[in-house]
Ligand binder design. Sequence first.
Ligand code: NAP
Ligand code: ZN
Length: 359
Amino acid sequence: MAQTLSQEALGWAARDTSAVFSPFHFSRRATGAEDVSIKILFCGICHTDLHNAKNDFGQTTYPVVPGHEIAGIVSEVGSKIENLFKKGDRVGVGCMVGSCNAPTCEPCNQGSENYCPNIILTYNGVYHDGTPTFGGYSNIIVVNYRFVVRFPENLAMDAGAPLLCAGITIYSPMKYYGMTEAAQGKHLGVVGLGGVGHVAVKFGKALGMKVTVISTSSHKEREAKELLGADDFLVSKDHRQMQEAAKSLDYIIDTASAEHPIDPLLNLLKLNGKLVFVGAPIKPLQLPILPLLFGRKMIGGSLIGGMKETQEMLDFCGEHNITCEIEKISIDYLNTAMKRLQSSDVKYRFVIDIAGTLK
Ligand code: NAP
Ligand code: ZN
């Protein structure tokens, strides 16, 4: 049956590759039988939002309302799921709002909806009903209940919001690539100390690992150690430092948002070491093969995580009291925040105070 009812929504959209944001009125579908309507309180600004606003991946449909680190309060619950959610629940929405969920879909069936070929992204996607999806830089969102997770009681929703993308982006590969097993005493390297990278440091420490940050920004060293608990800090452009640390790391998670050489990173890995990319540089990186052979090293990648795993990640953060280091901003500051994000000038995640400032 065609959806006739809708709800008025207000967001901020980029209209073209200049990535300048301005207010945008649009509609959301009415709460369906299996939907949860959410009043958005906070939304983190992920570098992927900036990539998409600029059309870095060549896949942006304008106007685009980004935002996939959404924290809010349930405002309405669909008739079929009243036993699962209630008005006032503290919930989160991450990078996806739909998948095919077909019995024949291997990723969907193994709880990896994030790898479903028909994944529906929270923004810049097309929903089952043919309408474009709009993200969390907006006042309300309507989401199928399978893509809504619950915030643990003890986690603040502003500093917790970035976990919905940055958190799961780290947690999922840590599990898949075996970093969480016998983690105590293992040595993790984190490339890029931005929004995603700073979460990697926190998770690594919570798991009992030794953590070394590998950064282009020497000025981040003190805070990396004193605030985030990193054990060591390497400036990636300092060849001597990088040489001295050769063969010291079991794992590296690379979160850098732009091109950089891989060879020096492979040199940091021990025998059987793993280098996992989660950052999304636009241009291809050069991959030297011999360092992989000499040392049986492995390179992999990872994209966010499944819904069950996302809830597990939030519960892990609840148990370990982990939230993000954020700079809370008003929506009016969005364009300035994007410029600062572009130049790596944020400690460590901008979070928009949606309910407080988007009127
Ligand atoms: P961010 O806050 O901007 O952090 C990125 C960091 O990368 C910067 O702080 C900087 O750290 C480092 N960097 C920037 N330019 C660099 C260069 N030319 N060479 C080496 N390092 C550089 O961004 P983010 O939100 O953490 O996202 C990071 C990347 O992950 C983005 O590409 C984003 O699209 C991607 N991402 C992927 C997933 C996924 O599921 N795989 C999920 C979320 C985000 P230093 O100053 O310490 O060098
Ligand atoms: Zn993201």
